[in-house]
Design a protein around this ligand. Sequence first.
Ligand code: HEC
Ligand code: HEC
Length: 214
Amino acid sequence: MIFETSTRGRSLLIGTAGRLGVFATITFAALAAGAQPHELSGKEVVDAVCASCHAMGTKGAPRIGDEKAWAKRASRGLSSLTDSALKGIRGMPAHGGNRNLTDLEIKRGIAYMVNQSGGKWVEPINRKFPPADRTGEQVVKAQCIKCHQAGSGGAPRIGDREAWIPRLKEGLDVTVRSAIKGHGGMPARGGLADLTDTELRGAILYLFRGPQAK
Ligand code: HEC
Ligand code: HEC
């Protein structure tokens, strides 16, 4: 199996082969001068590195999706889990066996696995290099549209003011807070863990106004 994911500043190539298990080669393209480092998302980290054990529960690894196995560990909190993932614990190699992963990427990988296993964690963002804010329109088209276009699961539709007005009657701040937490069919931060509060606010305004009014 060859798995490739390329991201803004670097590319990652993973090949798995052979009796010895998994060989992973990670090549990082030189970062363009001055470019902010691009850190992998939790999903990218897990697909590329952690899944080789955590997908099937190899060597006693808590399996992704095994809510019982993860709930117990998740109750210890992200710092404690990160600590053991960085150092390694029994069958779990330090850094998941990949030294190129930053601490932040490890944390995101953990949060992603916890979330795939019944948890509701938010993947941490890099506070030194906050991503440039995406506009409300960009966020909605990339993500919120998945449910808010067709109104899946009772999601108020884009530009359907009648549906949105009662949601906004307590004020925009209250609605933003509600979207941060998520409720019912609405996932926390609309399912985009790295969405900033500002981006979320812009997205909600776009959902309310719709594409016509700019
Ligand atoms: C070579 C197999 C392997 C790989 C690759 C691997 N893990 Fe693990 N992991 C394990 C095993 C086995 C355990 C169970 C250790 C134990 O508690 O005995 C574990 C446990 C964990 C735990 C729970 C630690 C605790 O304190 O309970 C976390 C968190 C974790 N892994 C994160 C990761 C992340 C993040 C990655 C990818 C970056 C990763 N693992 C990659 C095998 C692996
Ligand atoms: C997986 C489907 C899904 C996605 C993706 C999604 N939503 Fe929702 N959203 C819903 C559903 C369903 C509701 C209605 C939930 C309810 O009231 O029980 C909802 C409700 C909301 C509300 C109203 C909250 C309230 O307190 O009444 C806001 C605001 C919102 N979504 C914003 C967003 C934004 C912004 C995005 C994109 C970043 C997004 N949603 C992505 C399904 C989704």
